[in-house]
Design a protein around this ligand. Structure first.
Ligand SMILES: [Zn+2]
Length: 68
């Protein structure tokens, strides 16, 4: 007797709980290579490297020197 097992058509790797490499927080990684939680990803800091310094040169505006 062959029982019809309800196989999932194509099941991608199920989300797995991993530890974020950045904040060491458990998160649901969608795929095997995902080691950074969404929170950290959203910071964009991990992309550009570490310690992204936002150079805020725009303090006290109006300094527009029209250099021709
Ligand atoms: Zn994180």
């Amino acid at each position: 007797m062959s029982t019809d097992i309800d196989f999932p058509e194509h099941e991608p790797a199920p989300p797995k709980i991993r530890i974020c490499l950045r904040c060491q927080t458990e998160f649901e990684s969608a795929w095997a290579g995902e080691r950074i939680c969404k929170a950290c990803k959203s910071t964009h800091a991990w992309r550009s490297g570490e310690g992204v310094r936002t150079v805020s040169n725009r303090s006290g505006g109006g300094g527009k020197s029209g250099g021709d």
